[in-house]
Design a protein around this ligand. Sequence first.
Ligand code: GLN
Length: 221
Amino acid sequence: MKTAVVVFPGSNCDRDLAVALEGVTGTKPIMVWHRETELPVGLGLIAVPGGFSYGDYLRSGALAARSPIMRAVADKAAGGMPVFGVCNGFQVLTEAGLLPGALMRNAGLDFVCRDVALTVDNSQSAFTSRYAAGETIKVPVAHHDGNYVADQETLDRLEGEGRVAFRYGEEVNGSARRIAGILNDAGNVLGMMPHPERRIEGAHGGTDGRRLFEGLLEIAG
Ligand SMILES: NC(=O)CC[C@H](N)C(=O)O
């Protein structure tokens, strides 16, 4: 499967994502600089990595969301291509309007960097099909703006439509309803704060993140 990783000034998890994607797909991802206006053809996944794009100035992800490449990402997402945003990537996707809600400063005002328990709420999406519904997995978080907020109506809609992909099994950052990852209405865009790309091989202390990428591979055929 051909994949692309979008890179912004200040991205710092782009290489983690590239190594994970290459490990799972067997093909090196194409790294796409934010100033590009077009994405390579034939992609099975666009990945938006974690980091501190534009130094988190203004709001995390706000400036990156206005990069030239994000128009192409939005077009591909509208066409049904899987788009995965992790951590800062999740922040970028909410700021770009591809996902609802926003990521605010953690409730404790601290940078949280540790393993957390996540429950898989929806195991039917392209990203979560290799997990069992209700399964608990362990994946690391590393962020200061992971506190997911949205109005009650949006939260109810996300829950009602099965668009909460992952939920924290414990209090982590103050996120509404302990939401850790959400899907767009079509189910082809996932944003999540925890880092599955850092749980790919035994040396990482576990492989719980690997199945997310394997599920996508299965769909791409
Ligand atoms: N690891 C990351 O992507 C960090 C995301 C973001 N800059 C934050 O700290 O909230």
